[in-house]
Design a binder for this molecule. Structure first.
Ligand code: BV8
Ligand code: ZN
Length: 250
């Protein structure tokens, strides 16, 4: 795969690199994306299930969706796209990985500086007393987990539509985007805000913004480059080329 001279030069001289990932980077691990054709749940729009009112109205349905996704998570593992970002973190002085994904695959791959904008499906908490409940087990279909301490309703620790993102985490993400010399926008449809605005913030602050996706998105025209293809192919190849620049053969 040949990358633009500009991208490779920018990477070679970058002091700070930032990556923003979406469901597309986990697709090759077998995790269904939100807006692609993902079978069972494609009859629901994410906005219909990933929101507090839907949860209060029908907690069993929302927990059925999350239990299905937690089960999927148990059977999948990081793919070469995730692993390439671990290598990148080791090759760059200042690297920040911002993810919209709640699947924990970046941490499982080995990335350290991970900002989870939308929470993490492996954590849940009681909406009454706030106690965290680790790895909730949903006994059977139609049941919802209750808090052992107060009997309150337990929810997944993820950010739903209409809910604020964790302020601290988003502020750190914004700073990382502003200082990035290179900003990689990987496997996201760029329709969910404020996450999608981070690429534009980076661009405005002077980053070289490169989108990696199997198709162009609404924001492609705002970026410096779009590299079309699978993250699991593109990222390892980009890291190989970058490494050969940084560590020329003896
Ligand atoms: C907020 C966690 C302030 C849960 C998610 C009206 C009222 C309130 C808010 C709004 C409103 N109108 C608009 C908004 C803002 C709203 C929003 O953006 N809506 C959209 C739909 C227009 N945002 C919010 O509500 C946010 N909060 O604004 O708070 C506020 C508060 C109160 C009142 C007003 C404002 C909260 C948003 C967070 C929602 N939670 N997830 C869960 O996961 O269960 S969002 C969900 O979508 C996921 O996090 C996901 O990451 C995110 C984005 O989707 P993508 O990751 O991009 O995945 P997608 O399937 O869409 O695309 C996959 C891409 O990968 C595609 O481009 C595909 O081509 C590509 N791909 C596929 N395979 C590959 C690949 N690329 C590379 N390689 C491959 N192999
Ligand atoms: Zn409780």
């Amino acid at each position: 795969m040949n990358f633009s001279r500009t991208l490779l030069t920018k990477l070679e001289h970058a002091g700070s690199v930032c990556a923003l990932t979406g469901a597309g980077i986990s697709a090759e691990s077998g995790v269904p994306t939100f807006r692609g054709d993902n079978g069972l749940w494609s009859k629901f729009k994410p906005e219909e299930l990933a929101n507090f009112d839907a949860f209060i109205r029908n907690p069993a349905l929302v927990w059925e969706w999350y239990s299905y996704r937690k089960k999927v998570m148990r059977d999948v593992r990081p793919n070469p796209g995730h692993e390439a970002l671990v290598s990148l973190e080791r090759m760059v002085a200042d690297f920040t990985l911002i993810t919209q994904n709640v699947d924990n695959l970046h941490r499982r791959a080995g990335n350290k500086n991970v900002l989870e904008l939308h929470g993490n499906i492996e954590r849940s908490y009681c909406i009454d007393c706030g106690r965290f409940v680790h790895d909730v087990v949903i006994a059977e279909k139609g049941r919802v987990p209750a808090c052992e301490h107060c009997g309150g309703l337990v929810r997944p620790d993820v950010v739903w539509f209409g809910e604020f993102l964790p302020q601290e985490i988003f502020a750190d993400a914004e700073q990382a985007a502003r200082r990035a010399d290179v900003f990689l926008c990987i496997g996201t449809s760029a329709v969910v805000y404020p996450a999608a605005s981070l690429s534009l913030i980076a661009k405005e602050a002077g980053s070289y913004v490169v989108e990696i996706n199997v198709e162009r998105t609404d924001l492609s025209s705002r970026f410096d480059e779009t590299v079309l293809g699978k993250a699991g192919d593109i990222l390892p190849s980009l890291i190989r080329e970058f490494r050969s620049l940084k560590e020329p053969h003896p």
